[in-house]
Ligand binder design. Structure first.
Ligand code: HEC
Length: 231
């Protein structure tokens, strides 16, 4: 599903994101919610909302590919906390902290940032495979983890993309395949908060979702003059 900027689609996307994260375990975990027997009258509206959404509907104890649980994915790190607290409008002080922390998190490839194979990059940019946990967790041994860029960006002209992020069509042609652009794009893919504090763009490198090699392929798709993105 592609993400489009409309309230309806944003709502759907949010539901899909939760479904991707937790797996649609609707109705299978009623035992846990029955055991808990919560007193609804003593809950705040937020507690009630959290309870209705997460307890019973989703199995938070479900194991994930990274070796923890769905519940662990709900635990916010520093950057996420600052973005939640400020409702994604960080104060200048928070901006400084977020950007500094994001920059410090970036690990660069040995031997410099190089472009890989744009054809592999095109497949990865399109693919949303990987890290989905549910009845059948995505099996990473069966297929490479995708980069999901089309969900939010228009990139090539041969397929449709989302519009949560800016169009990246002709990116290498307009930005140039220079060392400076390569560094910028690598850093944005690795941890986009280093330039866009409280962005919705996932931290592909930082989270370990994309390995250095996959990043190099996606970068080639964006920047290689031979890539159809730049034709
Ligand atoms: C969940 C949505 C989302 C996904 C998925 C996503 N991005 Fe983004 N991206 C954004 C948004 C939004 C921005 C604009 C920054 C901002 O305002 O937050 C952006 C910005 C960028 C930029 C900087 C554009 C500029 O102004 O020069 C690049 C490059 C980029 N994304 C590449 C990618 C690539 C490559 C992928 C896949 C690995 C990807 N994005 C996946 C949402 C996303």
């Amino acid at each position: 599903m592609l993400m489009k900027k409309s309230r309806f689609a944003a709502g759907l996307a949010a539901v899909a994101a939760i479904a991707l994260l937790a797996g649609c375990a609707g109705g299978t975990d009623t035992a846990a919610s029955a055991d808990a027997k919560p007193d609804y009258t003593k809950m705040t509206s937020k507690e009630l909302a959290d309870h209705l959404i997460f307890n019973g509907g989703f199995n938070l104890a479900h194991e994930t590919q990274e070796g923890t649980t769905v519940a662990a994915r709900m635990t916010q790190d520093n950057i996420q906390k600052m973005c939640t607290e400020s409702r994604n409008k960080p104060t200048p002080e928070q901006v400084g902290k977020i950007v500094a922390e994001a920059r410090a998190s970036i690990k660069y490839p040995e031997g410099g940032i190089k472009l890989g194979d744009w054809k592999k990059g095109r497949d990865l940019a399109w693919s949303g495979f990987g890290y989905r946990a549910g009845h059948n967790n995505d099996n990473h041994a069966s297929r490479e983890v995708g980069a999901n860029c089309y969900n939010c960006h228009q990139i090539g002209t041969d397929r449709t993309g989302g519009n949560f992020g800016p169009s990246l069509t002709g990116y290498g042609k307009t930005r140039g395949n220079t060392e400076g652009t390569r560094k910028f794009v690598y850093e944005v893919i690795y941890n986009a908060h280093s330039y866009f504090p409280c962005t919705i763009m996932p931290r592909m490198g930082y989270s370990g979702m994309l390995k250095e090699e996959s990043i190099s392929h996606v970068m080639a798709y964006l920047l290689d003059p031979e890539s159809p993105v730049n034709k």
